[in-house]
Design a protein around this ligand. Sequence first.
Ligand code: CA
Length: 228
Amino acid sequence: MSHILIVEDEVKLARLQVDYLQNAGFDTQCLNNGLEVIPWFKANPTDLIVLDLMLPGRDGLAICREIRSFSTVPIIMVTARIEEIDRLLGLELGADDYICKPFSLREMVARVKAVLRRQHVPTTEVFTTSIKLDPHGFRVLAEGQTVELTTVEFQLFQTLFQQPGRIFSRSKLMDLIYQDQRIVSDRTIDSHIKKLRKKLADVVPDQELIHSVYGAGYRYDPQEKLVD
Ligand code: CA
């Protein structure tokens, strides 16, 4: 059974988080003051932390930084403002995912499961062996087939593919791809990703390769498609 530590100072929300995670079969512990987190974490086995950003005592940012200095435990950061996620990504905190309030509790449970699954499955070995990039021809070789991409699609895919699991914000992707500082909107990235996904789905229909992270951006993470 996985042990989940919830750090949340809104008592009602914390109680709901505990309920949903317990119903999903997790063992949970809840803390509501930032100062309690590191001592508790050091003394107790923990498989994942759902960490609120704004906390009494000590904020989630400082806690995340300190934990990352000695542990790779998965951390899902919870923020109250969607705009904040972009800033947090820029700080390279090393959190594994981000959720924005108000969130659906089912969604939170799904994220917890997804992060734990990534932790346990070495995705690069299991799923990506059949995918290769051909930078000279802007092509992806997948499942013995060739996917022809445009320059932008290829650059996007290459960026995400080279760091599996890492979330890239739209603005980061724009900076990396449009180095001439051309003004492009978030929509431009979204529409390129949409086309890229469609091309990839034609040859790899059973796996979801590029995931959109609500309010944050995109990440490469080969997973079996879940039928809802
Ligand atoms: Ca809070």
